[in-house]
Write a protein of this length. Structure first.
Ligand code: FES
Length: 98
């Protein structure tokens, strides 16, 4: 089971392999905006994946196109709803709360 570390709070949560980072964060009772409910349409779940990037799912076209429209995107940017956890631990930085 991968451990997901959420920055800036530093909270560690145990997450299941194969779930999205959005599902893992919300399932742990942590806040993260998700206006389109995980359809890669709103961009509000934008996060930075700081560690463990090789373990998570690769960016698909729809996510890539949405990221292109968001201000402040960098090489570590992902949409939490489209990023599926693998077997390794991951550290993310959450940028928006609700
Ligand atoms: S929840 Fe809308 S893009 Fe992820």
């Amino acid at each position: 089971m991968p451990v997901l570390t959420i920055m800036p709070s530093g909270k560690n949560i145990e997450a299941a392999e194969g779930v999205s980072i959005l599902q893992a964060i919300l399932g742990a009772g942590e806040p993260l905006l998700h206006k389109c409910d995980g359809k890669a349409e709103c961009g509000s779940c934008h996060i930075f994946v700081l560690e463990g990037r090789k373990s998570v799912s690769k960016i698909q076209r729809q996510e890539n196109e949405k990221l292109d429209t968001i201000v402040g995107v960098g090489s570590k940017s992902r949409l939490a709803c489209q990023t599926i956890l693998g077997s390794e631990n991951v550290t993310v930085e959450v940028l928006s709360f609700n």
